[in-house]
Design a binder for this molecule. Structure first.
Ligand code: BES
Ligand code: MN
Ligand code: ZN
Length: 524
């Protein structure tokens, strides 16, 4: 799908040939003299068009436009959140087998601050998973023009938008693949494929190397599966070697049966999504490949299955983690923390400026926060504030939960340094307290994405979250980067001073990049 910014006002948009024209109409819309503006004004005054976000008025071949379909959609106060919601609704209504090219006119809404959100909303509304379908019917929409009179100022936002979409869609692709099409080995191959992009390197370790590192906790989870584990190490080097990296650690359980503490059958299929943390790390690297910011990022993915078999780890077994701390496994379904703790220990070797783990870690977090905000934990106030802010600016929000030491008391064990579970109460927090024991001295944060990484029910599928949040967070570490919200205002007010950052991102947006992953699937 190709996005282009066009400096066209509403009258010029109405004269363009396209399959659908979507006009974003805010409360503050001031009609011009052109026919389409007049039509919108009439529709509003007659009460047929409501400017509440997402309210739609659809027309077929209206005289006021050249487009085959015209969709007027309310964007409320024109806030980025409302624009995203409205575009999602309008594109979902407009898409069809004959809709290849659409125009989106910002009319009253401010283009420069919402272009990224529009790009993301269009991608979201037209995303289709096809990999394991025998007759794949992919995305039909091919060309999207984003039209505003001052479109040029939104170039950096467009670059950010298309890069985010590339990252989100790579994350969705791997997360949506069933467990037999997304094994630890295949995840390793996907990570290796990212190393075809400049500035990215990838190393994939197998069971022997992981054993040599002493990752006894990670290995104990993998031992019940026939699929060999993989430990994926990705590097994005955009800055000098002396610049401390941000380390992202993604939980990569490619299927979580619960192990010997087996899960009930209902909805167990959704545990193929237990590698969404890993998928989000791959997604961030995909976006970095496009944006090329001057930062260093390391990605670590402990990947394995959690299966029950004759060789599986048993409740009560004690294992020795890479840190030397011993762990009593009281519930083999609390496996995420067991793979993450060794990856966190490994992270220390990079002397990171911050380590963030991303994990579908607890059902308790789903109960606490539902599907709206990811759980966020950090003892470091400035790291927590930066993640919170990145969540808001990317519309991929999180919410900080506490880490009081009292929450960790339930992890006591009579037979090891700690147990892997505490009681039922505060389950998301006790899981975080477990991880914290492996983060000594590093600024660390934990994102529990169990509620936000995928949707259940009729629209079952990965969301690609929290690629947007992570991306805004790491980009904000780049000296050249200007946070998107400020970017919009600054670039209007004093374009010259912000030019370097805008240019850097602009180049990345138009660059041709290699295909994301090989596609050669056929289910049997
Ligand atoms: N992958 C699950 C967490 C999960 C469960 C995410 C349901 C989304 C929906 C994790 O490995 C797990 O099983 N956690 C247990 C921990 C418990 C045994 C302490 C849980 O949340 O039930
Ligand atoms: Mn589990
Ligand atoms: Zn799990």
């Amino acid at each position: 799908m190709n996005f282009e910014l066009k400096s066209l006002d509403l009258a010029a948009c109405a004269a363009e040939k396209c399959d659908a024209l979507i006009v974003l109409v805010s409360e503050a819309f001031a009609p011009g003299k052109d026919a389409l503006s007049q039509l919108i004004a009439q529709a509003r005054s007659s009460g047929d068009l409501d400017t509440k976000p997402g309210k739609l008025l659809q027309m077929y071949r209206p005289a006021a436009a050249t487009a085959t379909r015209v969709l007027l959609v309310g964007v409320g106060d024109g806030s980025v959140r409302h624009v995203r919601q409205a575009v999602g609704t309008a594109v979902a209504a407009a898409k069809g087998t004959a809709v290849h090219k659409i125009l989106i006119s910002f009319a009253g809404a401010a283009a420069q601050k919402s272009v990224r959100a529009v790009v993301q909303a269009v991608a979201e509304a037209t995303y289709v998973y096809t990999t394991t379908k025998s007759k794949p019917e992919g995305r039909v929409l091919a060309n999207v023009w984003l039209c505003a009179p001052d479109a040029a100022v939104a170039q950096a936002e467009l670059a950010l938008g298309t890069a985010t979409v590339a990252g989100v869609e790579l994350a969705k692709e791997w997360a949506n693949r069933p467990g037999n099409h997304a094994t630890p080995t295949l995840l390793g191959t996907a990570a290796k494929a990212l190393a075809r992009f400049p500035k990215i390197q990838c190393e994939v370790l197998g069971p022997k190397e992981v054993a040599a590192l002493g990752m006894g906790s990670f290995m104990s989870v993998a031992q019940g599966s026939r699929e060999p584990l993989r430990f994926i190490v990705l590097h994005y080097n955009g800055a000098a070697k002396t610049v401390a990296p941000t380390v992202l650690v993604g939980k990569g359980i490619t299927f979580d049966t619960g192990g010997i503490s087996i899960k009930p059958a209902a909805e167990m299929d959704e545990m193929k999504f237990d590698m969404c943390g890993a998928a989000s790390v791959l997604g961030v690297f995909r976006a970095l490949a496009d944006l090329k910011p001057a930062i260093n990022v390391v990605g670590l993915i402990p990947a394995c299955e959690n299966m029950p078999d004759g060789g599986a780890v048993k409740p009560g077994d004690v294992v020795t983690s890479m840190s030397g701390q011993t762990i009593e496994n009281l519930n083999t379904d609390a496996e995420g923390r067991l793979v993450l703790c060794d990856a966190l220990t490994y992270a220390a070797r990079f002397k990171p400026r911050a380590v963030i783990d991303i994990a579908t870690l607890t059902g308790a977090c789903v109960v606490a926060l539902g599907g709206v905000r990811s759980g966020m934990f950090s003892a470091d106030d400035s790291l927590a504030a930066a993640l919170q802010a990145a969540g808001e600016s990317s519309l991929d929000p999180c919410w900080r939960l506490p880490l009081d030491d009292e929450y960790g008391e339930g992890l006591k064990s009579n037979f090891a340094d700690m147990a892997n579970v505490a009681g039922r109460a505060g389950g998301a927090i006790t899981a975080a307290k477990f991880l914290q024991r492996f983060t000594a001295k590093m600024p660390w944060a934990h994102l529990d994405i169990a509620g936000t990484a995928w949707k259940s029910g009729a629209s079952k599928g990965a969301t690609g979250r929290p690629v947007g949040l992570l991306l805004d967070y790491v980009l904000n570490q780049s000296p050249a980067h200007i946070a998107p919200a400020q970017e919009a205002t600054k670039s209007v007010a004093k374009r010259k001073t912000t030019a370097p950052a805008v240019v850097a991102l602009k180049v990345a947006a138009t660059a041709k990049t290699p295909r994301k992953t090989p596609r050669k699937m056929a289910t049997k």
